[in-house]
Design a binder for this molecule. Sequence first.
Ligand code: ADP
Length: 689
Amino acid sequence: MAGDKSKLKALSDIALLDISLEFDEILKNILKITCEALNAPSGTMMLINEDSGEPRMVASHGLPQDYPERVHEIAGFEAVKRSSGASGRVLKTGEYYLVPNILEEPGDKPRYDLSREPGFSSRIFMPIKKGLKVTGLLNVNLEDPRKFTEEEIDFLTIAASQASFAVHKARNYSRLEDKRFEASAKESETIYRELFENAEDPMYTLDIEGNFLTINNSGLRILGCTKEEVIGTHISKWLTPESLLKAQEALKRQVSGESIQHPVILEVICKNGEHRWGEIRTRHIEDGGMIIGVHGIARDVTEKKRMEQKLKEYHEKLMESEARYRDLFNNATDPMYTLDTEGCFREINNAGLRVLGGTLEETIGSNISKWLTPESLRIAQERLGRQFRHLPVPKTIVYELICKNGEHRWAEISTRAIKSGDKVIGIQGNARDVTEKRRLELQLKEYHEKLQKSYEDLIEADRMKTEFVSNISHELLTPMTSIKGFTELLYDEGRMNDEQKKSLEIILRNSDRLIKLIKDLLDVAALEKKKFGLNFEPVSMNDIISKSVQYVQPMAIGKQINMIQNVAPLSKIWGDEERLIQVMTNLITNAIKFTPEKGTITVCADETIEDIRISVADTGIGIPADKLCCIFDRFYQLDGSNSRKHGGIGLGLSICKSIVESHYGSIWAESEGKGSTFRIVLPRLGKEV
Ligand code: ADP
């Protein structure tokens, strides 16, 4: 407050200057008062010559006597006029100009020496204006290199405008050549009033209640009122409730002599309802030691305030969308996180924490190495490295996590680089807990391995069985063959009675059946071992059919079966005669077996360009439709009891199928209620043989 008081006094001193003094003297005094109020060691004042428009240094304070001349010599006023220097800039723009450190000021070089001598380091150039026109310059120098405070600038602004007024008055005075004119108190008040009225910033005075005593034109412009509409009204009429409280509080303190924090920012309601903001500096007015009111200077900061407001709104919106993003992030069902360039967690959502089992404090800042198995860590580091180098990576990857409780879980991760400009500054990741899926996969793999193992065991057992069947069959075949041979010998010798002959015939028949059975078993074993050797040569199917029919004829006769052959002359084919006879006799034997006495069996054969087609049809018991395929399986028999009646172990058809397929042909059965038909198609292989 002491500083404020001295400045206020300085202002009134300037206003009350004796204008009867010499003009130069008046200017010097203004400069001196201003410098002293600011504790400035030196300063200068320039005025623009009204006729020539040239600036001229008219006063200096705290500087050597020849300073003005030396400035003239060094820089010349032409330089100032050309607006190269600081003062030139002020003349041009009409705004004050600050030089916080003259050594760093471009274009002021010639004056370094000049300033070093009187010892100043920073300066300000304040325009002296009449209306908008710059009529002079007030220059104040400080010892230290520093900026002038806002308050000092405020003071200088008013000082300059008072200087302008004083100069104006003094000029008028001298023009009237009435140098003995004495300034009366009344006139001095007029000066004040004019100063007050025409100041650029709004100014006003209030009584201790807060009623307007005065307000200047600038203040009225802001409020949009006439003087009559304001004078006498209470500040409550012009302030928002909140600002009113602030203003009343400040007024109360000032009236009771306490200090207040300046400036006070108030929201003003103008006459048209518009809201404007003012930055207010106030000081109390005393009269005879009594505080009788408050004097205020305002600065319109509406634009600044609006900008701040917009910024605030923008910031709030930003915060809102940030909050919305955070909410989405935190409550997403899938884990989400971000990593820094070191691979440490910067963010992680609740779902992520649930999977890892850690708290936010335990997780944020921790490195991924804490949460991954060594193998997954290796893959993750490689992936991060690629992403940081802008290289492509697979869309997703599965990591094995080690949770806080030591449990292992699996997560399918997709990541993207977070960029700032061209630089990757982090990684954002989305994860999906695939633990259950992974566990099922592992279980499935285990089952599969077990299955594979049992399959291999089975194959081995089957191989051993085949081996055994093959061995045992060979072992059986040799003695059987000799039994049959010696029985035939005995039979042929004919030295026995009829009963004995019958017994030998039974032995022979059963030997045949046993030998056929053993041979079938050997065939199956050979088939399984893929050792089913065929001797291919050109063969006639006509021969094969008639030999087969001949072979089974006695059996057919025994059952009084009518055997019909309907066979066209056929081309020779490439085949194994013995094996094809085996197929045909098998089919015809089956037909005889499953056909009641006096039935009919028809063997047909013809050929097309491509194939030879053979069929064996009977009028027997038939085969159910759903069993037509199964009968070609090994050991398959439709009816066990029937088979025991007819003999056989269900190998015949499977051997037939193998033989036909080895000839690149096909075999199948048809049966429609009554009787069965077995069909064979053998390729002619595209050429006559
Ligand atoms: P098996 O050597 O026991 O006769 P097959 O493999 O030759 O064995 O025949 C398998 C089964 O197919 C027979 O047990 C029988 O049930 C059925 N089958 C074969 N041929 C005929 C047919 N012509 N009529 C009815 N059923 C038949």
